[in-house]
Design a protein around this ligand. Structure first.
Ligand code: NAD
Length: 392
């Protein structure tokens, strides 16, 4: 099959196996170029197949030689249809890890379910005994509560009043204004149910009850905080309320599992192009302008640089510097006042006509294509490739 990108709105509905392998390889090469990292050696990554979770898995495995167990929710390929990018990324990760005799197993299933938690625990018991790092990196639009079977859908809406802002329509390539209607109380509650801390707590509870959490285990969940430009649609919006619930959960985990010296952190990361962030209104515009500023300033970073920095400098440090709610902050280069005021200056001026000059949409779009294995110079996209790729 010759595979070319099929973009629908903010998503690409297919993926290229060879390109995804190249994307994984580039992240591995980055980590290896940095030398050896001090990091726990038995690592569970929940949400391991794309974005920040994949970068976490790669950093632990190829930076520290860690054994990794991953959980993801991806679609497998058929003769007629490609798999999702996360499927191909996982196959590539397994291929490279196995080449270096690094233990890796991946469960493709619904991380919110009790069955998936049980499957992971059984695997830890049989293969690893225990885990000493749990990375929680899920981004999902819905969650089925395992007890009640109710399905909750998250919403991306402002809280309080409706909000009018600029955005960039990636399919029509125009900058225009949108008005986002305010969330109802149910929207807020449902978003917290999906993207808040409850499932993270359920994972830690299940792992602890099964006796597979190592003493001194670390766990982290990821958040985005942002600043003035994104606050009305992120920090102060439904998703921000869910992220506040992660802070509550981290404090609760630290209290509840102090007997095994568990340390739980919410880690705040910078905005990057991932499948999750490209679905958020305003983000493609904000990220394009931010990329331009940070590239011009020589401080641009992607997922792998962020996670490598987090693992290297913060997550395993004895007394890392934390913010007022005990969060680790990898996002301070993006959120500092000097960078933000440069982005704001561009934001105030940006129109469809000057967008390509003021922003780095080219860079944004290339990163977007690369999420699905497209846009790599090393890959011949005219070649016939077999979409059916598996991992073991
Ligand atoms: P992503 O879409 O790239 O990755 C999501 C992962 O979750 C994938 O591995 C997917 O398979 C998995 N997943 C989704 N639903 C699942 C389910 N039901 N069961 C099992 N696995 C499931 O997202 P991302 O942007 O890397 O986000 C990861 C975390 O990082 C989120 O908490 C997000 O808020 C946070 N974060 C993202 C950004 C950003 O700019 N992208 C910035 C800061 C923090």
């Amino acid at each position: 099959m010759v595979i070319k990108p099929k973009i629908r709105g903010f998503i690409c509905t297919n993926a290229h196996p060879v390109g995804c392998e190249q994307a994984v390889k580039e992240q591995i090469d980055f980590v290896k170029s940095k030398g050896t990292l001090e990091c726990p050696k038995k690592v569970l990554v929940i949400g391991c197949s794309t974005g920040y979770g994949l970068a976490s898995r790669i950093t632990a495995a190829f930076g520290a030689g860690a054994k990794t167990l991953g959980v993801c929710f991806e679609k497998e390929p058929s003769e007629k249809k490609t798999a999702t990018a996360g499927w191909y990324n996982t196959a590539a990760f397994h291929k490279f890890a196995q080449k270096e005799d690094l233990y890796c197993k991946t469960i493709n299933g619904d991380a919110f379910s009790d069955e998936c938690k049980k499957e992971v625990i059984d695997l830890i018991k049989s293969d690893l005994g225990e885990v000493d790092l749990v990375v929680y990196s899920l981004a999902s639009p819905r969650r089925k509560d395992p007890k009640t079977e109710t399905v909750y859908n998250s919403q991306l809406k402002p809280v309080g009043n409706s909000y009018t802002t600029k955005t960039f329509d990636t399919s029509k390539e125009v900058v225009h204004e949108i008005t986002l209607d305010p969330a109802t109380d149910d929207d807020i509650k449902n978003t917290i149910k999906v993207m808040g801390g409850e499932d993270w707590e359920l994972w830690i509870e299940a792992l602890n009850d099964a006796g597979v959490l190592a003493k001194d285990c670390r766990t982290t969940a990821y958040t985005y905080i942002g600043k003035e430009l994104t606050r009305p649609i992120y920090g102060d919006a439904t998703i921000g309320k869910a992220k506040e619930d992660l802070d509550r959960a981290a404090a609760q985990l630290n209290k509840q599992y102090s007997n095994i010296h568990l340390t739980a952190y919410v880690s705040s990361l910078k905005a990057v192009v991932t499948q999750a962030s490209s679905a958020i209104p305003v983000m493609p515009l904000y990220i394009s302008l931010m990329f331009k500023v940070m590239k011009d300033e020589g401080c641009h970073e992607g997922v792998i640089e962020q996670i490598y920095g987090l693992f290297d400098k913060m997550l395993f440090a004895d007394n890392p510097s934390v913010d007022e709610v005990n969060r680790l902050r990898m996002d301070t280069v993006e959120t500092n006042d000097a960078i933000q005021s440069k982005i704001k200056e561009k934001w105030d001026m940006v129109t469809t006509e000057n967008f390509s000059e003021l922003g780095d949409y080219k860079g944004y779009h290339l990163d977007f294509l690369k999420l699905f294995g497209f846009g790599f110079e090393q890959v011949d996209y005219e070649q016939d490739v077999d979409p059916v790729v598996d991992w073991s």
